[in-house]
Design a protein around this ligand. Structure first.
Ligand code: GRF
Length: 214
């Protein structure tokens, strides 16, 4: 069994998708939030998953928060730590501690639109394709090796919400897929790239195609 700790800050729909996927060989050891009112905590509790809250406002600086967060996570002996809408920038020491076992989902086709407000920026830029990316976390924000991406079209009358909803549906598909590959031991890091054994180099057209069903 691989222990997975999921970090959330809010709604937790990606965490929910991973839990509902019931990935063989995976055990969701804990769901931890930096916000006491994160809606996703209730879903986790109601599914018998251990929860933890570590309010970043109780800490004077980022390093102190990350030190306590790391200890809390490690008390669950994680094989994999999954950031699922966890809205905190992590310190280098934290990221290095979990090197190769820390995944994040970002709501854009990286390397386009790192950072916040990705859907508004995609609309503003007039791109025809937008999407989501699951990647390993490194010290550079939204820059780590890409595991899987899904693309969606940007439609003529889209607003931010419509586009976000279309992307989110794909997030719920690709995040459990990436976790499944990790648990199966199929992801290998080759320098800056993540390679899925028995698959192809993932940031290619092959992983975009399945999402173009719209
Ligand atoms: C998702 O769009 C994720 O890509 C981004 O924040 C959102 C979190 O949604 N990082 P949820 O909490 O998983 O519902």
């Amino acid at each position: 069994m691989k222990n997975i700790v999921v970090l959330i800050s809010g709604r937790g729909s990606n965490m929910e998708a991973i839990v509902r996927a019931q990935i063989p060989g995976a055990r969701i050891a804990a769901v931890i939030s930096n916000r006491p009112d994160a809606a996703g905590l209730e879903f986790a509790r109601s599914h018998g998953i251990a929860t933890g809250v570590l309010n970043h406002r109780d800490f004077s600086d980022r390093a102190a928060f990350d030190t306590r967060l790391l200890a809390l996570i490690d008390s669950h002996a994680p094989d994999l730590v999954v950031l699922a809408g966890f809205m905190r920038v992590l310190t280098q020491g934290f990221v290095e501690h979990y090197a190769g076992r820390l995944l994040n989902i970002h709501p854009s086709l990286l390397p386009s639109f790192p950072g916040l407000h990705t859907h508004a920026r995609a609309l503003e830029a007039g791109v025809g394709l937008h999407g989501a990316t699951v990647h390993f976390v490194t010290a550079d924000l939204d820059c780590g090796p890409i595991v899987i991406q899904a693309a969606v079209p940007v439609l003529p009358h889209d607003d931010e919400n419509a586009l976000a909803e279309r992307v989110l549906a794909q997030e719920h598909r690709i995040y459990p897929q990436a976790v499944r590959w990790f648990v199966e031991g199929r992801i290998r890091l080759d320098g800056q790239r993540a390679v899925v054994e028995g698959g192809t180099y993932m940031p290619s057209a092959s992983c975009v195609t399945p999402a173009l069903e719209y």
